[in-house]
Write a protein that binds this ligand. Structure first.
Ligand code: GDP
Ligand code: MN
Length: 411
C-alpha cells in the first residue's frame, strides 16, 4: 500500500508520459482542463491556501484589481499550457504603472500558439523555496499516484529525467485514502524544509480530497511554495477534471466557455474520424482503437512525440484515408506520418489501393511511413511497391516503422 520509490512498479509505460500525452483515450473520456485561476478557485473551495486575486480581460480592470489586492502583484497569462513564466507570461509589478505595462503586454501575447485573452492578477508572494506536488491516476496499478518534490518550479519531466530520486512517489489505494500519518511520512520522504512539513501535510491532504471528491484526473501545484515566514501556499494550479463526472457536478458547466478549441479535432470530427489532437510531430493513422493507442505508445517509446491519435476503424478506403491524411497534413506540427494498418476484415490490397488513391488527392507536406500487416498484407505491399519513394516508405514491423517515422520527424 505504502510505496516510496522512483520507479513505476512494473507498469510497462511510465505514467508520467502516457496519461499526460494521451489523457483522453486512457481515461475513457475527455477531460475538462481548467485555467490557473479556475484551478485556484477550485482549490480554495477545498481550503487550499492561494493568493488573493482576480481575473480580467482588460488593462484598466487589471490595475483596479492590483490596487485592491495590494502591490507588489503578479500579472499572469491564463492559457491552457505550461511554461508561461519562460514565455514572458508571468510578470511582477511593483506599482500601477508596471501593472498597466505588463497587463497590456501579456494580453494578446502568443504562448505556444495560445493567444492570451485573460490575465489573473494576484498579490505577489515572497518565496523561500519552490516545491512540486500532484495527484494523478496510475491506471496500471489502479491506484492514485501522488508525487512530491523539493525541486519545484521547474518542469517535473525535467526532474524525472535528470534526478528521479528527487521525486517522492506514493501509491494510494482509493479505499485507504491518505491518512495524516501516511501523508507525513511521504512529506518526510520528499525532504522538504522541515519548516514546510506541517503546512505541506495539510495542503496535500486537502489536495487529495479535491482530487477525489472533485473527480479530477490531475491536480498539480507547481510551485507549491514555502514563504520566508513559514507559510505553505499554492502559487500555480493545474487541474483536469474527468468530463464523465460533469453530470455529478452541475457547477462544472461554468468551464465550458473556456475549454480550448482544437481546430484539428473539429475538422476531423466533421469527417467522422476518431481523432484526438496531441502536441507532437508524428502524425498517426491506424485501424482500430487498440492499434492506434499502441502506435501512440510505441512512438513515445522510441523517443518521438505523436501529433495525434487517429483510428480509421474498418474503413481504410480512399475516402477515409484521404480525409485522415488531409486532417494530419493541415497540422503544422506534423513532420512525418506513420500509417499503421493490421488487415483483418479490411484486406491489405484494399488498404494499399486506398493509400495510393488518397496520396493522389492530397498534396502532402510530410513523408509517410507505412507498416502493413495482417490479411493479404503481401498483396497490399505489392501494390505499394512501385509507389515507394522518399515520400512513401514501407517498414516490415511496427517498431521499425515507428523508428523511421520518428527519425524523419526529427530530421
Ligand atoms: P508557469 O511558468 O506556467 O508554470 O507559471 P507559474 O505560475 O508556475 O509561475 C512561474 C514562476 O514565476 C514560478 O515558478 C515563480 O518562480 C514565479 N512566480 C509566480 N508567482 C510569483 C510570486 O507571487 N512571487 C514571486 N516572487 N515569484 C512568482
Ligand atoms: Mn507552474
Amino acid at each position: 500500500m505504502l510505496n516510496f520509490s522512483s520507479d513505476f512498479g512494473g507498469s510497462g509505460f511510465t505514467p508520467l508520459v502516457s496519461p499526460e500525452t494521451f489523457p483522453d483515450q486512457r481515461g475513457g473520456g475527455h477531460t475538462v482542463d481548467l485555467l490557473e485561476y479556475q484551478g485556484k478557485q477550485f482549490f480554495a473551495t477545498y481550503g487550499i491556501p492561494v493568493s488573493d486575486g482576480a481575473a480580467t480581460d482588460n488593462v484598466d480592470e487589471a490595475v483596479a484589481i492590483a490596487d485592491r489586492v495590494g502591490y507588489p502583484v503578479v500579472v499572469k497569462a491564463q492559457v491552457h499550457t505550461g511554461g508561461r513564466g519562460k514565455a514572458g507570461g508571468v510578470k511582477l509589478a511593483n506599482d500601477a504603472d508596471e501593472c498597466r505595462l505588463h497587463a497590456s503586454n501579456i494580453l494578446g501575447l502568443d504562448i505556444k500558439g495560445h493567444i492570451v485573452q485573460t490575465i489573473w492578477i494576484e498579490h505577489a508572494s515572497d518565496i523561500a523555496e519552490e516545491y512540486y506536488a500532484s495527484f494523478t491516476l496510475d491506471r496500471s496499478a489502479k491506484k492514485y499516484l501522488g508525487m512530491l518534490s523539493a525541486q519545484g518550479g521547474v518542469e517535473i519531466e525535467t526532474v524525472a529525467e535528470e534526478n528521479p530520486d528527487a521525486i517522492a512517489k506514493i501509491w494510494i489505494d482509493p479505499v485507504d485514502g491518505l491518512s495524516e500519518a501516511v501523508c507525513r511520512a511521504w512529506v518526510l520522504a520528499a525532504q522538504l524544509n522541515p519548516a514546510a512539513t506541517d503546512g505541506a501535510v495539510d495542503i496535500l491532504r486537502k489536495l487529495y480530497t479535491a482530487y477525489v471528491e472533485g473527480d479530477a484526473d490531475l491536480c498539480e501545484i507547481n510551485p507549491l511554495i514555502l514563504t520566508p515566514t513559514g507559510q505553505v501556499h499554492a502559487l500555480d494550479a493545474k487541474v483536469s477534471l474527468d468530463a464523465n463526472a460533469v453530470y455529478e457536478h452541475p457547477d462544472y458547466g461554468q468551464y465550458d466557455e473556456t475549454q480550448p478549441r482544437d481546430d484539428r479535432e473539429e475538422a476531423a470530427h466533421a469527417k467522422g474520424l476518431q481523432y484526438v489532437g496531441l502536441e507532437g510531430s508524428v502524425g498517426v493513422i491506424a485501424n482500430g482503437a487498440g492499434l492506434a493507442m499502441s502506435t501512440v505508445d510505441v512512438i513515445n517509446q522510441v523517443g518521438g512525440k505523436p501529433a495525434n491519435f487517429l483510428d480509421i476503424g474498418g474503413g481504410a478506403n480512399a475516402d477515409v484515408m484521404a480525409g485522415a491524411l488531409e486532417v494530419i497534413n493541415n497540422d503544422p506540427n506534423v513532420k512525418a506520418i506513420f500509417i499503421n494498418i493490421f488487415g483483418g476484415i479490411t484486406r491489405g490490397e484494399e488498404v494499399a489501393n486506398g493509400i495510393v488513391e488518397a496520396m493522389g488527392r492530397v498534396d502532402l507536406d510530410s513523408p509517410i511511413v507505412i507498416r502493413l500487416d495482417g490479411t493479404n498484407a503481401d498483396e497490399g505491399r505489392a501494390i505499394l511497391a512501385p509507389h515507394l519513394s522518399d515520400k512513401l516508405m514501407m517498414e516490415p514491423t511496427m517498431l521499425d516503422a515507428a523508428r523511421k517515422a520518428v527519425a524523419l520527424a526529427k530530421a
